[in-house]
Each structure stands twice: as C-alpha cells, then as structure tokens.
Design a binder for this molecule. Structure first.
Ligand SMILES: Nc1ncnc2c1ncn2[C@@H]1O[C@H](COP(=O)(O)OP(=O)(O)OP(=O)(O)O)[C@@H](O)[C@H]1O
Length: 335
C-alpha cells in the first residue's frame, strides 16, 4: 500500500465510521476529509466522541464499521505503518518518571523507528521546539505538570510524523506556554507540512491557529468547514456576513432584503432591530457601501452596519445548543 497520497489530496479520509462501546454507540456514520498541512480544531461537548475518533485515526482501535485512511494507509489493514506516520498525544498520557528528558525522547524516537544516527538531532529539535532544551538531564518524575505536558508533546512529534493528533494538548500549560504551543503548531504546519488535528474545549486558543473546524455532537459530525483566516469562523465563498442595527424596526425589511439578488441568509431578530445577512462579494467595501446606500434610500433607519465578527465559540454554540435555543429562523422573527 502506498505511503504517499497525491499532492492536495486529503491526508485523512474517514467514511461511515461507526464505533461502539458495550451498550453505547460513540461514533455514528462519521465522514470527513482533512487536507494535507491543515490544522483542524476538533470540538464538541463532553462525551461527543472526540477521543474515540482520535483513537481510530491513530490506529489504536479498529473501526467497528466504516473506513479510516491516514496518509493513504488503511488503519485496519496497516496499523503499524499508521503508527509510524502519526503522533498521538492522549488526553491522559504516561511518562517514564525514572527517565531523563533526553532518555524519554530517545526512547520515543527509537520506538518510532527513527534511525539511530538521526536520533541526537531529532531529540534536540523536539526538546527545543517545546522549550525543554535546558532540562535535558532532568528526570520526568521531577518535572512540573506543565513541563510534563511539554515533554509528552515533544515525544509525540520527535519522529516528525506527517499527522499529529493532539487531545487537549494545552491543558496544564501556563498562558505563555500556550502561546508558544500555538506558534509551534503553526510552524509545523507551515514549515514541515504536518497535518494536525487538535481537540480542545478552549475555543479562543483553537481560533488562533486552526484552518478548519470539525464539530462532533452525540457521535455525529454536525459541522466541518474551512475557517476564514481573518475572522476564524467558517468561510462561505465570496460572501461575508454583516450585522445591521436599526434605530427602529422596519416591518418589511426581511422581504426587501430577500428581494436583493446579492443578499441571502437573512436573519431578523425578534426585537426587529438587529439583522444578520450574507452579502455576495461583501469583502469589497464598495459592495457594502452600495447596500448601505440602498437601505438608506428605502428609509431603513440604519444606525449600525458592520462585518459580523462572530467567533469560533459563537459558531460552535450555534451547533451544539439544543435546537430551541439555537439559530434564528432566516427571515423570520424569533424568540
Ligand atoms: N471505554 C468505554 N466504555 C464505554 N463507553 C465509553 C468508553 N469510552 C468512552 N465511552 C463513551 O463514549 C462516548 C464518547 O466518549 P469520548 O471519550 O470519545 O468523548 P469526548 O468527546 O472525548 O469527551 P470529553 O470532551 O469529555 O473528553 C461517551 O458517551 C463515553 O461515555
């Protein structure tokens, strides 16, 4: 089976993945494709199936049903080959407390079949990447919680895997280390072309470096989208999302907006004074100015008009909150 996938193809391809625990279906027909070199934020409520999915991607648990391919390898047919091209940081990880940082990294590199002659350079690189170069001779058992986390990350990446799967990698890290970790992920993606899948409940952090988001809920994919590099929210072709504030409700506004060919996905909030919409080619300021002129010409009392700067957390909550409190009905008033 080939190790390489064609350029620009999906490095991870999942189809119809179903995974059961005794008496419980943790993943139910999950399917998605992850582009090479991307950083995917894997998010979802507690128990959504994130860890179960990562274990399947890491070829630790064979799928109950469906297919999982990583770097062109079928996980159920070639798990050991998948282990060589992936690095997996589990949410609860173990370290050999009696080994020094250097020994632990050496062991991890040798276990992942790094040639002996390359190991000194690799472990120096990995230790430096996580800021542990000055602790080479310190035993893992004497490291603080955050430093242990950093060592575990270094061990996960020491063989320079093509795919890095990280389950809650920032837990236990101080703010400076979290920022360093975000920078490291960006470097791995940019300089080495590493494909990363990162699970975390801290959405603001994921927003900092993720190129894609995958939302799981009750074992199913409820959203998988590329993120807009400027806003960190799902991108939609050339349209941008705008938010309008009105000084007074305008009863026919939804109908008026829906009649404009360049406007779609109109949401009017129940107060009648807040409106969200998508404007085709709205990245162009002239397009936005034209829409504002058209509204004012029709006597709509616009007192606020701006890009809708919803963040990753807003998008996430839209998809995981119970339906009754979720998104407004397009074009209709809602509670
Ligand atoms: N070994 C197991 N035996 C039985 N059920 C399990 C087992 N491991 C996980 N589950 C169940 O499968 C579902 C998915 O669990 P999983 O750990 O994948 O969720 P998660 O999204 O990673 O959650 P969290 O955000 O809390 O870490 C949960 O309902 C969980 O209780």
């Amino acid at each position: 089976m080939p190790l390489d996938v064609p350029p620009h193809a999906a490095l991870i391809q999942v189809d119809g993945l179903t995974q059961d625990y005794p008496g419980h279906r943790a993943l139910d027909g999950v399917g998605f494709a992850v582009p090479a070199g991307s950083i995917t934020a894997l998010v979802g409520p507690n128990g959504a199936g994130k860890t179960t999915l990562m274990r399947c991607l890491a070829a630790l648990d064979p799928p109950f049903a469906g297919r999982v391919r990583v770097a062109g390898l079928e996980v159920s047919e070639a798990p050991r080959a998948v282990h060589r091209v992936t690095g997996f940081l589990q949410d609860i990880f173990g370290l050999y407390d009696g080994l020094t940082v250097e020994q632990g990294l050496w062991h991890a590199a040798a276990a992942r079949a790094v040639p002996t002659r390359d190991i000194p350079e690799r472990i120096a690189w990995a230790a430096d990447a996580v800021g542990l170069a000055d602790r080479f001779k310190q035993k893992a058992g004497s490291l603080s919680r955050g430093l242990r986390q950093r060592l575990a990350i270094a061990q996960t990446m020491v063989h320079r895997p093509r795919v890095l799967l990280l389950d809650e990698p920032a837990s236990g890290l101080d703010p400076e280390s979290r920022a360093d970790l975000a920078a490291l992920f960006r470097r791995l993606s940019r300089d080495l072309g590493t494909t990363l899948v990162v699970s975390s409940h801290i959405l603001a952090e994921l927003e900092d470096y993720s190129t894609h988001m995958l939302i799981l809920r009750e074992g199913r994919v409820v959203r998988h989208a590329a993120l807009d590099a400027s806003t960190g929210t799902p991108s939609r072709t050339a349209a941008v999302r705008l938010v309008l504030r009105l000084a007074a409700p305008c009863p026919d506004l939804a109908t008026m907006l829906e009649g404009m060919s360049e406007v779609r996905d109109v949401d009017v909030w129940a107060d009648g004074e807040t409106v969200r919409l998508s404007l085709e080619d709205g990245h162009d300021p002239a397009r936005r100015a034209a829409l504002l002129r058209a509204l004012v010409a029709r006597d709509v009392a616009v007192c606020g008009f701006d890009l809708d700067r919803r963040n990753l957390q807003d998008v996430y909550l839209d998809h995981v909150r119970p339906a009754a409190t979720a998104r407004p009905t397009p074009g209709k008033g809602h509670p």
